[in-house]
Design a protein around this ligand. Structure first.
Ligand code: M6R
Length: 606
């Protein structure tokens, strides 16, 4: 989604804005632009395409020179990607960058057109810029408040008024924005990695609070315009953690980060070999309270919930419903105060998941979020939060965030099973120890990526692909399929292996490779029967299973073996080859692995 940056201080601001924007590229965008105070005037440069296209424009037109400016990467929602639709928007008096969606922009536009305003772009953002100009009577804060009273929707805004050179105003509602501070300099950004080159100190802007930045000072005001004090936070990772290091892409680096991410996430939540979630409010008493559990999330985070459902239902015998957040919020779910709703999100800012959380709260359910980004909206608004400690995930394709989400689901499942007398302390300790052994196993798998590279070379020209599995393997193969399609652009679907015969097997030919996941021993023979069925119809078959399983050539063309661990935990290791296959296939197809086309890292609009 769109990225916002802003800088005021002694440095040459175009350099800072470009550097910070480059750190937000991972969010996904199709145009970029900046506005800078140059000799007291607001000057704008913007371009369709990548930041490199903007830089090329600067090289030919000349770079804007100044010490205060705002910048933006746009992910088109209203109007195609074009120079005109790119941000910043505004005029000589007031110029803005915006992330979010103004839902009533048509009404505002009609109002402004009647007043004689002429619109250049197709964006909703331009209506906010012009409304600021229209309402402005010399007091920026009062003007912003008056405008916010009129707009409906979500926004993070960086604003510059010509009358107040070298000053940035910032405000947000339902779209993330931080205010960072260094020595005599200040920044705004959509995300912390954008400013880590300069500072680790930042404030989280709350709903409808206004920040005023100039080089020596940052001030905050509440939604009534009264000054407020805010807590200064310090990022717990540095610029290095948000860099690729020696890896060619963030995705492969993040796949390799997984063992550490699991250890960092689970170690503080295990006491005497038992899961311990008290710190987040999940006491054993509370864990005995729930009749039903709902898991609500989007994309990969939802897939982590699917694994969580299988595990919780199997060992704790509590019913779990998994919903896509955009469906949950409109399907009028039946919730009571005896239900727990678990929201899962890497970014903590996904618009549909955030709204699902608010719906759950309105209906009286307890809410628990599993979130990676500290202080994000979902984390702040839920009753309880378990932070995953994956560090910054930059690649659009989520890998390590999924892995740590899984590890938290295992801890929750073990704790629920023990609290509800469905598991002895001894069994709980055994499974917790198995979970602690997973990182080492992943390290082993990562030492020999050759099989996955080989499989990728066999899949590179495929146009369609099927993933099949049963039970936990089915839940996992959904994630394998999403990973492949989002970065390789090969169409793929995941099917419950036993369901193939009910229609989909008619598609299987020698042009439809099948990746079969068979790690659950109680279901192994059944899955293998389904594998034989697709093989008999000509499919090239890759079988992901235990190292120990002998696989004949007439069952699969290629086997990827996994080390032994309790079957319940196999999704954590089995997902690694699926991630690697997706990664290497994307590389072989020459795709932009970390920034797949049309996708955004953090989906902050509905
Ligand atoms: O930040 P979130 O975890 O809420 O994001 C949810 C999805 O948008 C995300 O997992 C998406 O599906 C990933 N690109 C998948 O790799």
């Amino acid at each position: 989604m769109c990225g916002i940056v802003g800088y005021v201080g002694a440095r040459e601001c175009t350099e800072v804005l470009l550097n910070s924007l480059s750190k937000l590229e991972y969010r996904g965008y199709d145009s970029a632009g900046i506005a800078v105070f140059e000799n007291g005037e607001i000057k704008t440069q913007k371009s369709k395409g990548k930041i490199a296209d903007l830089v090329a424009k600067m090289d030919s037109e000349g770079k804007l020179m100044g010490h205060c400016g705002i910048g933006h990467t746009r992910w088109a929602t209203h109007g195609e990607p074009s120079d005109i639709n790119s941000h910043p928007h505004g005029n000589a008096n007031v110029t803005i960058v915006h992330n979010g969606i103004i839902e009533n922009y048509k009404k505002i536009k009609e109002f402004l057109e009647k007043k004689g305003y002429v619109f250049e772009s197709e964006t909703d953002t331009e209506t906010v810029a012009k409304l600021l100009d229209c309402f402005y009577e010399g007091n920026p804060i009062a003007t912003i408040q008056r405008v916010l009273d009129e707009v409906e929707g979500s926004y993070a805004l960086g604003i510059m008024f010509r009358d107040y050179p070298n000053r940035i105003y910032a405000v947000r509602k339902d779209s993330p924005l931080i205010v960072a501070v260094g020595d005599d300099e200040a920044f705004i950004a959509s995300d912390v990695p954008a400013v880590l080159k300069y500072t680790k100190k930042y404030y989280l802007l709350d709903q409808d609070e206004i920040a005023v930045l100039d080089s020596g000072r940052v001030e905050f005001f509440d939604d009534h315009g009264a000054p407020i004090k805010k807590q200064l936070l310090v990022a717990d990772f540095d610029e290095e953690a948000a860099k690729k290091g020696n890896y060619p892409h963030y995705m492969i680096k993040e796949i390799h980060d997984q063992p550490t991410a699991i250890r960092t996430t689970i170690t503080p939540r295990i006491t005497d070999g038992m899961p311990d979630l008290e710190e987040c409010g999940m006491t054993y008493d509370r864990l005995r309270d729930y009749n039903n559990i709902f898991v609500v999330a989007c994309g990969t985070a939802m897939h982590a919930g699917l694994v969580g459902k299988y595990v919780i239902e199997k060992i704790a015998r509590i019913s779990v419903t998994v919903d896509v957040a955009s469906e949950f919020r409109y399907r009028d779910p039946i919730l009571t105060d005896k239900d727990l709703v678990i929201l899962v999100s890497q970014s903590g800012e996904t618009a549909d998941t955030l709204e699902a959380l608010r719906l759950a709260k309105r209906n009286g359910a307890d809410t628990l979020s599993i979130v990676n980004v500290k202080g994000s909206s979902i984390a702040r608004e839920s009753d309880m939060v378990i932070y995953t400690h994956a560090g910054p995930e930059i690649s659009v394709a989520s890998t390590k965030a999924y892995m740590v989400q899984l590890s938290v689901f295992y801890l929750i499942a073990f704790a629920l099973a023990y609290a509800n007398d469905k598991m002895t302390a001894e069994e709980c300790r055994r499974l917790t120890a198995q979970l602690q052994a997973v990182p080492e196993q992943i390290e082993e798998i990562l030492k020999t990526p050759e099989d996955c590279q080989y499989v990728a070379s066999q899949l590179v020209n495929a146009e369609n692909l099927l993933y099949i599995g049963r039970g936990l393997d089915y839940a996992l193969s959904m994630e394998g399929s999403l990973k492949l399609k989002e970065i390789s652009y090969i169409h793929s679907e995941s099917y419950a292996a036993g369901e193939l015969k009910h229609g989909t097997i008619s598609l299987v030919t020698d042009e439809m490779p099948v990746i079969a996941v068979a790690t659950q021993r109680d279901l192994y023979d059944k899955t293998i029967s389904n594998v034989k069925e697709v093989k008999a119809r000509g499919a090239y078959v890759v079988l992901v299973t235990h190292d120990s399983k002998e696989v004949d050539n007439d069952v699969a063309d290629c086997k990827i073996g996994l080390p032994t661990i309790d079957d319940l935990l196999m999704p954590m290791t089995a997902v690694v080859p699926l991630q690697l296959i997706a990664y290497y296939t994307s590389v072989l197809r020459g795709n932009d692995v970390d920034k797949p086309r049309k996708l955004a890292k953090s989906v902050t609009v509905e």
